[in-house]
Structures are given as structure tokens and as C-alpha cells.
Design a protein around this ligand. Sequence first.
Ligand code: HEM
Length: 538
Amino acid sequence: TGPATMSPTGQATGADQAGVAQAGSYLTTAQGARLYDTDHSLKAGPRGPVLLQDHHLREKVMHFDHERIPERVVHARGAAAHGVFKSYGTAASVTKASFLAKDVETPVFVRFSTVLGSRGSADTVRDTRGFATKFYTEQGVFDLVGNNIPVFFIQDAIKFPDVIHAGKPHPDREIPQAQSAHDTFWDFVSLHTEATHHTLWNMSDRGIPRSYRMMEGFGVHTFRLVAADGSTTLVKFHWKPGLGVHSLVWEEAQIINGVDPDFHRRDLADAIEAGAYPQWELGIQTFPDTPGQTFEGIDLLDPTNIVPEELAPVQPIGLLTLNRNPANFFAETEQVAFHVGHLVPGIDITDDPLLAGRLFSYLDTQITRLGGPNFPQLPINRPHAPVNDMLRDGMHQTAVHRGVAPYRPNSLDGGCPFTAGAAEGAYVETPVRVPEATKVREAPESFADHFSQPRRFWLSMSPVEREHIIGAYTFELGKCYEQAVKERALQTLANIDPELCDQVAKGLGLPAPKPTVPLADVEPSPALSQIGGTWPVD
Ligand code: HEM
């Protein structure tokens, strides 16, 4: 947004009203006609009926009637900030993405969110947090649409509507939000044991962050980086907060929800206003791009898996600093449209089936949420790279396209400005070999182990973190009405660790079931614990 264009009287002209709040010496209608009164309807006499011919009344009320747009179907509540990403250049050997070359500075917009609550819900609920970053690179927009938890509930996007239906408020009474008192949530996650790992993270202190500024972020999926020489590397993206990872304790979270439901958004805005700019280092774990796409026996296409940092250290590649609050919540935080398919040359996707569904879902939902297909033209979504497309018309089209031939090749508009496929710096999909296969609706065998990674997480926790996890399961399951749901949830805990299961069962006054799978023989990963685990950011 730039400075407004002002008329001689100090009015913003219709061409550019950015940054102006009724700054001129008089008000106008939306058509620019000067008003003499905006406080009284036109009436037949001071006590007479209001006249339908009052255009200003109708325009003002009509616009107000349409001020709200649908909230996001998930991640409806959020807060955001502008900033800058400065690349160290340490990823330049594995990716040709120009914004990751040494010392390149890229403007960014970051939106943090809860997942399940509505737009007006409280901040410090137990939930996953979104951590979405839009990089306005010179090669186009790159969006890293991640969470503060490195794994996801499901392995295939076809189940996303189901898990969200289970997590959103009950359809009859519209209560509650987040995981508390939620039979459907616990029903779903106990019937889908692939959700065990994500649920355990939710029940840990990670589910109630102290501040957006004190959260890690994760790209979750494995991505494929492409170097200038065409070589490829599989990676997982990590954000490491300069302030370290910190959480609330449950009692604090509950009190804050009542006392200050805007706690996280206030904290972010206040910190930036005070000049205490939050920082994160972006890091990557790298894995050889082998045909099997596994690392140390871990299937890299399964989004319920992490790769322990002890096996693949996170290598810092750049520094994010958030240094400017949005000027207008609606224009920026509400209208920003992230999409995992917004990629730049040097960053490509993998065949993770969860990622595949996301590649459809974001653009699709934004057509409804932002009123048609032209939302990339909104100021917050506009790339900082030149746009030269053949997309035309549609609802809320604001571009005045020139020429008569939006197709190529053409012989009317001077031909076509480029030759398809030949341009330097274009986004070219990596020619990955697709193995010969039969069409099936089934998961691979390598997606079947749902308990060894949760067990590693549990074993990595310090005593106080374990105490919090036991307390969280006991509290949340204690709110379920259905006995069968509680019992099935306890079974998943038994398959993680008998001690965890025993303690929660005791709290619920139920018998502790025996494991139904052999307990995995896994090493703890100290990096998973929040205790003492800060990250150096200079
Ligand atoms: C929104 C992350 C899985 C559909 C979001 C947002 C984040 C996010 C951070 C909020 C973006 C913002 O601030 O505007 C993730 C992560 C996932 C995941 C990390 C798994 C690794 C999925 C899946 C689907 C999906 C599987 C659908 C198949 C959506 C939709 C929105 C959304 C429809 C709303 C977007 C909008 O209205 O602009 N997701 N998500 N997500 N996500 Fe996901």
C-alpha cells in the first residue's frame, strides 16, 4: 500500500484510498459525490417517513450489510505481521531459489492462527497453531504454510473434512471449540490411530504456547529442493524461535482465556510496537533424494512422522524478523491467501498424499472466501515480481488488461512475449520418475506404524512435561460423555506407554488396558523436549 492520491481538497481520489481514514475536509458517497450530512435519513418532514429515494442511506446501509466475508473454514482466528527474511546463503548449494542466495532480503507476511476456533474465539485454547509465511520473492510468491506441530492427524487429505468435522463444535449444540469436552474429537482420534502422534503433541505443552513469538514452526511435509545443476535434495523446513520454545501451564491458559481472550494477538502486536521484534531462524533437515524416499527407515512421505534432529540436524539457512504490524486487520490478516502450491523455482513438492489434497484445497476455498478468482490482486496477495498472465475477467477484476489476444501464440498483439518452456528462471517441475503402478485406494504398508513415533516423543519428555501430558489427557478425556470413547482413547495410550496409560486411567477412574502392539524399541530425542532447548539466534 502506498500513500494515497489526494485531491486539491485533501480528499483521497477513488484511484487510491490506501492509508486514508476520512482524512479529507468532506465526506463523499462511494461515487465521489460530496455529502452535506451523513447522520440523518432523508424524510418527508422531521417526523415523517423515510424516503426510498435517499441514495446515501441505501448505499451506506447496503455496504455495511456486506462487510463480513466468510471466515476461514479452518484457522479462522489469527494474527499477523510484516517482516523481512534474510538468507544466509547456506542453502544455495541445494536450491536455486534466488531468495535463498547469500544475503538476499525478502519481504514477508506471517499469519499465526489457531485451527478449530471461530474468528472471535479465545487465543490460549489447547489446539495446534498455524504458522504461515508468505515470501514476496523476486521470482514470485513462495508460501510456507506450516504449523507449530511437525506432524499431522491424518496421512491422506481425503480424510481432512472428516477430522475437521470431528474437531469443530458439535453440530447440534455448537459447543465446544478445541479439544475440551469433545466426544467427536476423541472418537475420531481413537478410531484413527494415525492421529495418535499429533494428538500427543496437542496434549503436551506445545498445545498451549506462551506466545506466538515462542513457537517453533514446521513445514510438516517433506519438500524437494532443486539446485542449479538439477540435483535434488529432500528437506523438512523448521522455524526456530529466537526466544526459545515456551508454553503456558493449563491453569494459566484457562484464566487468560477469560481475562484476555486476545492474549496472543495483543502480545504479538505489542512486542512489535515496542521494537522487540520477534525472530526465527529458518532451518532445513536434508535427506538424499533416493527412489524410496525414506531416511533411516522413516517414510518421508508420511506426514505423521518426524525425523529426529539427532539423526538429521536442522541446518540454519536464514533469519526471519517481524517488524511491522498490519495497518488494517481486514485488508491484510483476513484477506491474505496462503497456498502450498505457491512455489518458486528451486522448491518442489513430493508425493505426500496429504500435500496433494492441500494443493487443491487452498485455492478452492479462497474462491468462496474472497469472492471469486481475483484475490491474487488484493494488495496483501500481490506478488512483488512482475505478473504477465492470460487470466481474464471474473468477479472483482480490478486490472484493466490491454490488448485483444489473451492466448498464445497469437498474431494480433505482437505475438507472444515468451517461448513456452525455454525461459531462464522459469518454474519447471522436477522430472520425478513415477513407478509403474496399479490404481488403488489404499495406504502403503510403510504408513502402518502409528505408535513408535509417539512413544519416542513420550520417552523424550522431562518429568514435568510428562506430568502435564498426563494432566491434559485426564482433563480432556474426563469431559467426554461416552465411556466407550474414553476406553478406546486409553487403548491408544497403552500402545504408547503403559505408565502414561496407567496414570490417565487412574485419573479417569477406569481400568488401564494392556498394549495391543509390541512397545517400540526407540531412543529418546532430546531435541523434542522444551526444557533447555533454545536455539541460538544472533
Ligand atoms: C488453512 C496449515 C492440512 C485445508 C491453513 C492455515 C495453515 C494451515 C497454517 C492458515 C493459513 C492462514 O493463516 O491463512 C496446514 C498444515 C497442514 C494442513 C500444516 C498439514 C500438514 C490441510 C489439509 C487441507 C487443508 C490436508 C485440505 C485437504 C485448509 C484450508 C484452509 C487452511 C481450506 C483455509 C485457507 C483459507 O481460507 O485461506 N492450513 N494445513 N489443510 N487449510 Fe491447512
